[in-house]
Design a protein around this ligand. Structure first.
Ligand SMILES: Nc1nc2c(ncn2[C@@H]2O[C@H](COP(=O)(O)OP(=O)(O)OP(=O)(O)O)[C@@H](O)[C@H]2O)c(=O)[nH]1
Length: 329
């Protein structure tokens, strides 16, 4: 346990620290195939659209995309930071300058649930401009543009395709959207998303980086539903969420869970929430059948609160961390 400090009126741990976590076990396997497919299709692509979750604007991007697909060095590349309805973007300019220092120039903040929003509207014009100003190699005779949408699982790639299609063709859903990571598994599907100019998109399966660099990154990926909950454990995810909320002085979980006061002890939070909400479970022990607080249900509800925006807009990456990373590079 790290040394406690008082932050935002709450006595809490200074660092998030869990021991003996083998982060490698959180990697879901079955992911390498997707990248090979994408690499094979690269020749027929004019622009790469990478979607990432704006709540983790810096963490968790797959470094293999850069290595295997070249990104901006080979083809025009746009980074879409999606789910801005759930993300705290007060420091949007810091995110942009961080990426600028990394050579990522084209960033669009978007909400793929709103086809008529500003971010979504700006995508096709940005793509057209980038492609017109780029060397199209073997595709210079082609009138149509083809883009490939890439990203880690569950960041909204299929939703982006549906939003563009709804916006520019007035057609409804073309590709399946899911709340669980890894919905898009099939071969790359080619979908028309705009008539003028003619733009096609290739949907791709979500591909995580094969190496999760540290426990915190793994927990952020799990909280934004990129790694399946059971691989990580809802109790650990809930503990990290509590730590992040408390660090930001966000105690809105108190009223959401109906508990009496903020706490930095996950066990206390889960037990009190279960008792207050009557989330109980029957277990059998040496004394017979007992009714006890269902702390796993509390953890699931707490995480759901985060994912559905009940604690307001949030950022799981720290802006100072970005700046520190920037300095170290
Ligand atoms: N709140 C919010 N939810 C979004 C947004 N975009 C997508 N989602 C939700 O995020 C979840 C995943 O969306 P998908 O479009 O299936 O994500 P994907 O990247 O194609 O997922 P994989 O196929 O697993 O790689 C779904 O529940 C979507 O409804 C957004 O801008 N805001």
């Amino acid at each position: 346990m790290a040394v406690p400090v008082v932050r935002h009126g709450l006595r809490m741990r200074k660092f998030f620290n869990i021991k003996n976590q083998d982060v490698a076990q959180w990697f879901p396997g079955h992911m390498a195939k997707g990248l090979n497919q994408m690499q094979r299709k690269l020749k027929s692509v004019d622009c790469i659209i990478e979607v990432h979750d704006a709540r983790i604007p810096v963490s968790g991007r797959n470094s293999l995309f850069e290595k295997r697909l070249g990104l901006s060095s080979l083809k025009p590349h746009i980074l879409i930071l999606n789910k801005i309805d759930l993300a705290d973007l007060r420091h949007r300019n810091k995110i942009e300058s961080y990426y600028e220092s990394q050579g990522v120039k084209n960033i669009i903040f978007a909400n793929c649930k709103k086809p008529d929003s500003r971010g979504i509207k700006s995508i096709i014009p940005t793509v057209s401009e980038l492609v017109q100003n780029a060397e199209r190699f073997n595709r210079s005779e082609e009138k149509e543009y083809q883009m490939m949408v890439i990203g880690i699982p569950n960041v909204g790639k299929s939703s982006l395709i549906n939003a563009l299609r709804a916006k520019h063709t007035r057609k409804s859903k073309a590709t399946q959207v899911g709340g669980l990571p890894g919905i898009t598994r099939s071969v790359l599907e080619r979908i028309k998303v705009c008539h003028h100019p003619k733009v096609y998109l290739l949907d791709t399966p979500g591909v995580l980086s094969p190496r999760i660099p540290d426990v915190e990154t793994g927990l952020k990926l799990a909280l934004v539903a990129t790694i399946k909950d059971h691989l990580v454990g809802e109790d650990i995810m809930a503990d990290y969420l509590l730590y992040r909320l408390n660090s930001q002085g966000n105690h809105s979980y108190v009223s959401y869970l109906g508990i009496d006061e903020p706490t930095d002890t996950i066990q206390q939070l889960l037990v009190s929430a279960a008792i207050k909400n009557n989330w109980m479970v029957k277990i059998r022990d040496h004394r017979g059948i007992q009714t006890v607080p269902n702390i796993m249900l509390s953890a699931t509800k707490f995480i759901k609160g985060f994912r559905t925006g009940q604690f307001g807009t949030l950022l799981l990456d720290d802006t100072p961390l970005m700046l520190e990373k920037e300095r170290n590079n």
